[in-house]
Write a protein that binds this ligand. Structure first.
Ligand code: RIB
Ligand code: CA
Length: 315
């Protein structure tokens, strides 16, 4: 059991979303969770914010939730109901959260919380709008944060052949963050597709007692049925977002490479495309990102299952 002093201190910016929900559960167990901010992405902001409050309620967390940007910096809003359902968290009967939202200026909350917790990490599991706007609003923000660990990008796409959804949904924000010069850890599709909610792993969650495990197993059933029906080679949903948390709390579960990464802003197939320079050329651009390339998926799932069990205890 890691002591709270050794846990990474994080602010989680998310768009729940099934895999964001798992990221919240894992973060509550493996990190010191300083706050949650929400962004439009998988669903409109009112839905992602409600869903974050539902997870906080189920985990009985004393953590502030602040909503952030309701639309991307430049492109038009576009959501992922085709994956997560119109609610953003289809597939289970969810309890109504009792604690109200703590604020609607998530960008200012990010800035203030980072300033008062120097050395904290930003963990980003949705479109990067809030982070980009925070960096624009306070150019010294980087002085207070140790790293930005994000789920996004990859050498292939899911929203288009070349673009991953979080980067596609707000390519301008992704470009601001990737070019910020801050320490970056990227959990792209190359590594997150290794972390699938297969039937045996879902059964592992179903064997856990408690409301949270029951709800999550329903969410996993929905999420994996969606992925399996939409892919001809996946045994279950890629549970993307918790890897951005585990990269900080359990770095030993990963292999990575230091790479130069950039983002393409537009193009029918290339909007939000990630450029990862894998050349062995000596005078290639300097690396700006730790790109996660491999995860010990079984060990990572065991950590997630332990987090679900810890969050499932009756209170
Ligand atoms: O492409 C996967 C990413 O888009 C995940 O963060 C998922 O939750 C969606 O936001
Ligand atoms: Ca997400």
């Amino acid at each position: 059991m890691t002591s709270s002093s050794s846990k990474p201190r994080i602010i989680l910016d998310c768009d729940p979303g099934h895999d964001d929900a798992v990221a919240i559960v894992v973060a509550a167990h493996t990190c010191e969770l300083l706050g949650i901010t929400t962004v439009a992405g998988n669903a409109p902001l009112d839905r992602t914010t409600h869903n974050a409050r539902v997870l906080r309620h189920m985990l009985d967390l004393d953590v502030e939730v602040h909503s952030g940007a309701g639309r991307p910096m430049v492109v038009e809003p576009a959501f992922a109901g085709y994956v997560h359902g119109e609610s953003g968290l289809d597939g289970a009967d969810l309890p109504e959260p009792t604690r109200p939202l703590d604020g609607t200026d998530g960008i200012q909350f990010l800035i203030e919380t980072a300033r008062s917790n120097p050395g904290c990490h930003l963990v980003v599991t949705g479109p990067m709008t809030n982070i980009a706007l925070a960096l624009r609003s306070d150019p010294s923000l980087g002085d207070h944060i140790a790293s930005i660990s994000f789920m996004g990008g990859g050498t292939f796409g899911n929203r288009t052949a070349m673009s991953e959804f979080n980067f596609w949904a707000d390519p301008h924000a992704a470009a601001v963050v990737v070019n910020s010069g801050l320490p970056l850890i990227m959990a792209g599709l190359d590594v997150t597709h290794q972390f699938q909610a297969t039937a045996p792993r879902i059964e592992q969650v179903k064997s856990i007692d408690g409301q949270l495990a029951h709800v999550l197993s329903g969410l996993f059933d929905f999420f994996s049925a969606n992925y399996s029906s939409r892919h001809d080679d996946m045994e279950g949903a890629a549970v993307h977002d918790p890897l951005a948390v585990l990269a900080l709390s359990h770095p030993q579960l990963f292999e990575s490479e230091e790479r130069f990464v950039d983002v393409v802003i537009d193009g029918d197939h290339t909007r939000g495309m990630t450029v990862v320079d894998q050349r062995t050329l000596i005078d290639r651009p300097a690396a700006n990102c730790t790109v996660l390339t491999k995860v010990d998926a079984d060990a990572a799932w065991d950590v997630a299952a332990a987090a679900i069990a810890a969050g499932s205890v009756e209170r």
